[in-house]
Design a protein around this ligand. Sequence first.
Ligand SMILES: N[C@@H](CCC(=O)N[C@@H](CS)C(=O)NCC(=O)O)C(=O)O
Length: 247
Amino acid sequence: MDARLYVIPASHPSIGAELMLKHKGIPCKRTDLLPVISKGVLRAVGFPGVTVPALKIDGAKVPGSRPIARELERLRPEPPLFPADPEQRAAIEEAERFGDEELQHPIRQILWWGMKRDRAPLRGYSEGARIGLPIGLAVKTAAPIVALSARFNEADDTNVQRDLAALPGLLDRVDSYIAAGTIGGEQLNAADFQIAPSIGLALTLDDLKPAIEGRPAAALAQRIVPNYPGHMPPVLPAEWLTPLGAD
Ligand SMILES: N[C@@H](CCC(=O)N[C@@H](CS)C(=O)NCC(=O)O)C(=O)O
């Protein structure tokens, strides 16, 4: 199989897609893209969308983490990403949808808000990436990319405060999927690969870590993405963290 995955380094759904390819045992080349610039590259390659992950596999162009899960399942059914039992499959698909539509974006917004305040952590999040220029130079010249990414992702004060208020509920939901056995089972599934990277990314933010540590969600991330790249020191205003139970 000829596979190439287009990613942005440390992007949570990109890490999920990479793990699903690994789960299927499909060798894959990786193209690392800078945010914003990624949109033009994906268009030039002929993808219908402008976000990562995007997978080119045997000539087909598959944009998005959930379509990628389904295409991988179609091309190589074993080991499965979805169970055969319809009821179990429906539960996993709902958890996967939650991970994609409800969990991914708040964490992305909080991260970009933090980057607006302090670009230095970009270096850690880009570790090991091959973006066509030295990481130090990329970080030094990243101000416009960070500003545009924050704008595209609507990472403004109002949204980030709303995200922080919603985060405990989102984490409870992840814990409840684990308690129900929908995710975190012996055999990992598409919802595990969708949800765990979002928790892994959230755990790289010192501001969010205390609200996650000790939860089943943290153990899941530790199991599936133990070495998530990047680290963001505290950057959010202390009063915004009240909903997380911070002092
Ligand atoms: N929810 C979708 C979309 C993912 C998404 O928005 N990806 C971000 C990176 S995490 C992206 O491509 N952003 C474009 C940019 O930053 O320029 C998925 O899971 O595939």
